[in-house]
Design a protein around this ligand. Structure first.
Ligand SMILES: *Cc1c(COP(=O)(O)O)cnc(C)c1O
Length: 416
């Protein structure tokens, strides 16, 4: 939380008091720290030093163009999961040679777009997708570089909604089917099988599941090589957790040290796809307090940000620290809730929270990943502004939506 800190009793992002941003950009607003993005990216980058590697940023964690541009300029690659993310990544200036494309349901249009940009590789998740790629690449005179996304059958020990590497998951190719699929790919003229990919889940706070799954993936690299495939990449995915509350999370260095022998022995170029670790701590959601109220024994702080702006608490029961902009506020037992017409609309539930009054602004911390990117217009609420801070400068990097944005593309037919 170093880039978000109290100075003179006032919460700052880098050198900018958050009061200034709340006044200038309004609330709710997401605020991102350039320095925090840079620090986390470099930390991951340096953890892999000594290995041939590329750190990709998982665009779905935070797809803001300015955030992406910052990371692309630092040398990051991009991990994308849709054609829309490919579009964003290209507009942000990522080198297509550093783009990897995952996802279980890539459409023909999305595969074509990836081929057209000559991205580094597709992380293929099914036999059908591989056949599709072969046909499209042949049709358009392209070559498709491919990694097989393996389902290593490892439980990452995280929330079930964000576990992806267990046997029952829809993601990846079951490890025991990967070899036969690879053999079939030998008959394909336009597909180059060059990598093995895994991504076992998100907000992983233990090293052991990584060690186990990386060993399985590395064994597959060896097996494929022994069968004549020129496997040059081992993609270990993302998922490294962050400290939202009191989780003991491994650092990138600790993670890489645990798997370094396996990575080094693979002789492959190592790719990773961190999203949350890079963007999560770099963002806060500023929300204004509208009302205070009580119901029975319960005390509510009603804020202007709700589950449509930050869905993690409602969706996963996720914990986000809530800080007052002025240090030393009294604490009170309360729920921090939004204006959305759902009982599940809360940012914090039954917690010791700043005893904020109407008109105060609160900062919901660690909201830089899966915050704005999961925001919706539910209840016809315009999505919040996004702000990027760099030292003493700040800029709105996405305007707050306006009412006309809410009905853009909607049409009333003539038969009404
Ligand atoms: C979501 C995702 C990531 C990033 O996960 P984080 O937990 O944000 O690091 C990486 N790779 C793939 C394939 C993903 O779907």
């Amino acid at each position: 939380m170093d880039e978000f800190h109290y100075r003179g009793g006032v919460l700052h992002c880098e050198d900018v008091p958050l009061h200034e941003i709340a006044r200038g950009a309004g609330t709710p607003a997401y605020v991102y720290s350039y320095a925090a993005l840079e620090r986390a990216y470099r930390e991951v980058e340096e953890a892999f030093s000594g290995l041939d590697h590329l750190v990709c940023f998982a665009v779905k964690a935070n797809g803001n163009l300015a955030v992406l541009r910052a990371l692309a300029s630092l040398g990051a690659g991009a991990d994308i999961v849709s054609g829309g993310e490919l579009y964003r990544a290209m507009r942000a200036g990522f080198d297509p040679k550093k783009v990897v494309f995952a996802g279980v349901g890539k459409t023909e249009q999305e595969l074509k777009a990836g081929l057209g940009e000559r991205i580094l590789m597709f992380n293929v998740e099914s036999a059908g997708e591989l056949e599709h790629l072969e046909r499209l690449a042949h049709l358009h005179g392209k070559r498709a570089r491919v990694a097989l996304r393996i389902n290593p059958g490892v439980d990452p020990g995280t929330h079930e909604h964000i576990s992806t590497g267990n046997v029952e998951s829809k993601f990846g190719i079951p490890a025991d089917e990967a070899l036969s699929l690879a053999e079939r790919a030998k008959g394909f003229r336009c597909v180059d099988l060059i990598g093995v990919h895994q991504h076992i889940g998100s907000q992983i706070v233990k090293v052991a599941p990584y060690v186990e799954s990386v060993e399985r993936s590395a064994a597959l690299v060896d097996e494929l090589r022994s069968r004549g495939f020129d496997i040059r990449y081992l993609n270990i995915g993302g998922g490294l957790g962050i400290r939202y509350r009191d989780e003991e999370t491994p650092s990138p260095a600790e993670l890489v040290e645990a798997i370094r022998p396996t990575l080094a022995a693979s002789g492959a170029k190592i790719l990773c796809e961190m999203g949350r670790y890079i963007a999560g701590p770099a963002g806060a959601l500023l929300t204004g307090v509208l009302y205070r109220k009580r119901s029975g024994e319960r005390s509510f702080i009603v804020a202007d940000a709700g589950m449509n702006d930050l869905i993690r608490p409602s969706l996963y029961g996720a914990y986000h620290e809530v800080l007052p902009l002025d240090e030393g506020a009294d604490q009170t037992r309360a729920d921090l809730v939004g204006p959305v017409c759902e009982s599940g609309d809360f940012l914090a539930r039954d917690r010791d929270l700043p005893d904020a009054r109407e008109g105060d602004v609160l900062a919901v911390m660690n909201a830089g990943a899966y915050g704005f990117s999961m925001a919706s217009n539910y209840n016809s609420r315009p999505r919040p502004a996004e702000v990027l801070v760099r030292e003493d400068r700040w800029a709105v990097v996405r305007e707050r939506e306006h009412y006309p944005d809410l009905i853009r593309g909607e049409l009333v037919p003539a038969f009404l």
